[in-house]
Design a protein around this ligand. Structure first.
Ligand SMILES: [Fe+2]
Length: 588
């Protein structure tokens, strides 16, 4: 602890871009500090002026900024700022923050101090209000003279937006590869916000899912055990936030995020998860720990720890409704294994359970909230930012069984050949081939909306009844999809843009014997509402909404095994507004 001299008064320090930390034991320093910061801001630009002196003591506590800065949940007048200090301090630490209209911080418009401590893992979150709409800002944090990197953020337009551009991500498994997808998006200067649809972290042990290259890449999961308790989840979030590409993205543009399952455990539903066993303790405690760490480490605006669904109005052009299809209302997933007998699938029992009228995915409270949000919104585009695929993905069962259990079905290429034979020379089909072709198409992923028929019908019915232009964003699958969304009666209701993953492996790891290009083409042919698929490339999507179209560009990186990569736009599709136009069409 050292005595402060007159030349290092708070205002002087701020003028020189510094900030001050006081020992918590010094009485009334908070009021004085805030007063002095205010004076300092007022004096910025008046070089040489020195504000109040004094003899208060300051203490230099070394801190570093190993996890970058982030902003999130922008509204027209506010945005959440985030950072985390790494320190040997064991008590509370005051962290100053500033928001300016210029990178040199000569025009600071908002400032303050936030206290952090071990109780929040030394993370810092500030919901900065009184900002101007549709405005770009720079922000930074400081502890004494130790300044964080500078972040850039942007508020939403209050009204009259002519264009909204969002980069959409999902499924970023750290040990699988480098975050080149984040690096590519961070280069852009045209984004209003990023949207992360979940699986921002994965919970597995270091020898778990898709980690075979982790040691070679220097990306072995920390901690090495599967995440179960608060300290585990915090460490894993810290490792992810140590990634330079993720830091670059967060420092560039605000993020709007929702969790999927892996922020807690694989295939989570409201009361459990596939990857939660009885010997791993009380699931509710695990979930609470996971969500606490999530909110500590993500730039989310918290109202209640387990409520992540919320809406964003982008200047009257886009209403973005972020949903929770995972934790708040989801009933347990169905499992084909529970309906399979020696005679095959017990279709009657399966279909009965699948189509039960009150089977929940969002839960009744969230569903009512969404109805209210969509009803009240006059935005041109009603966009659902949510986790799992909504489009119908019924795949001929022989193909699905072969993929899940080789030897029990046929490959997709063999099935496609049979379909061609059926069309061109049906008389030559053998009885076995006829039997294969007669098998039903069934949902490939019962964890998606395909496993929750009534819930999907409710949301589609809502959009149709309200006559809204519906665009659904989905992640989770690690593949890219463009789907037309039809209700049970076949009415065209909206479109779905399914985003590929940042790193997690796609269908190429399941359909290992199929050429990905051929596989995608076959899927597009076999699955009626599917317009576009890419099943082997890692990437993100850029959604561009204007008054006349909502467009998706699927952007892919060439590799995640090297930091050297190239990026390409693999596909672009769009939809037009109006009741007759709610389907995917080619870009102009
Ligand atoms: Fe995932």
């Amino acid at each position: 602890m050292k005595q402060r001299d007159d030349n290092t008064s708070p205002s002087t320090a701020l003028l020189s871009g510094q900030n001050l930390l006081r020992p918590r034991a010094v009485a009334a320093t908070r009021r004085g500090f805030l007063r002095d910061i205010g004076a300092g801001v007022a004096l910025i630009g008046s070089a040489g002026l020195v504000a109040c002196g004094g003899d208060e003591q300051i203490e230099q506590i070394p801190v570093s900024w190993k996890h970058g800065v982030a902003s999130g949940d922008p509204l027209s007048d506010r945005v959440v700022l985030w950072t985390r200090i790494t320190t040997d301090a064991t008590g509370p630490v005051d962290v100053g923050w500033q928001v300016a209209t210029d990178e040199a911080f000569s025009n600071v418009v908002r400032f303050g101090v936030s206290t952090t401590s071990a109780s929040v893992d030394y993370t810092v979150k500030v919901d900065v209000d009184q900002l101007s709409p549709a405005s770009k800002y720079f922000y930074r944090f400081s502890v004494v003279n130790q300044k964080s990197p500078v972040g850039k953020t942007k508020t939403l337009a209050a009204s009259g937006a002519s264009q909204v551009k969002l980069a959409v991500f999902s499924c970023s498994n750290y040990p699988t590869g480098y975050f080149n997808v984040y690096a590519e998006a961070a280069k852009r200067t045209d984004l209003d916000a990023t949207v992360h649809l979940g699986d921002y972290i994965y919970e597995y042990a270091s020898n778990g899912y898709a980690s075979s290259n982790a040691a070679t890449l220097g990306r072995v999961s920390d901690p090495t055990n599967e995440l179960l308790v608060l300290t585990d989840y915090r460490k894993r979030h810290a490792q992810y936030k140590s990634d330079p590409d993720l830091q670059a993205l967060h420092a560039t543009v605000p993020m709007i995020a929702v969790w999927d399952d892996h922020e807690v455990a694989n295939d989570t539903w409201k009361d459990g998860a596939e990857n939660h066993q009885a010997n791993e303790g009380d699931f509710k405690l695990r979930r609470a720990a996971a969500l606490q760490a999530y909110h500590e480490w993500m730039p989310t605006r918290v109202t209640q720890a387990d409520i992540i669904y919320r809406s964003f109005n982008f200047g009257g052009l886009v209403a973005l409704h972020m949903l929770d299809t995972r934790l708040i209302g989801r009933e347990k997933q169905l499992d084909y294994a529970n309906y399979t007998t020696a005679q095959g699938l017990n279709s009657a029992a399966f279909v009965s359970d699948l189509t039960r009228a009150d089977r929940q995915l969002l839960g009744t409270t969230q569903t009512a909230w969404l109805q209210q949000q969509m009803t009240a919104s006059t935005a041109t585009w009603q966009v659902l930012g949510q986790q799992v695929l909504m489009g119908r993905m019924d795949i001929p069962s022989p193909i699905l069984f072969e993929a899940l259990n080789p030897g029990t079905g046929v490959s997709i290429s063999a099935y496609t050949a049979l379909k061609i034979k059926q069309a061109t020379a049906p008389n030559t089909l053998t009885p076995t081939e006829q039997f294969i072709l007669a098998q039903p198409a069934i949902p490939y992923n019962l964890d998606a909306w395909d496993g929750y028929y009534a819930a999907r019908e409710t949301v589609l019915g809502m959009a149709k009844a309200l006559n809204k232009n519906l665009v659904v964003l989905a992640g989770d699958t690690h593949n890219a999809w463009g789907n037309d969304l039809k209700d049970q009666s076949g009415n065209q209701v909206g479109v779905e843009f399914g985003v590929s993953s940042v790193t997690s492996p796609g269908f190429e790891s399941i359909f290992v014997n199929d050429n990905p290009v051929t596989l995608a083409a076959s899927l597009e042919q076999l699955i009626d509402p599917l317009v576009y698929a890419d099943t082997s490339r890692r990437g993100f999507s850029v959604i561009t909404a204007t008054a006349t179209e909502c467009r998706c560009d699927w952007i892919y990186v060439s590799t995640i095994s090297s930091r050297t990569y190239t990026a390409t736009t693999g596909k672009s599709l769009r939809t037009l507004p109006g009741s007759g136009n709610r389907k995917l069409v080619a870009t102009a």
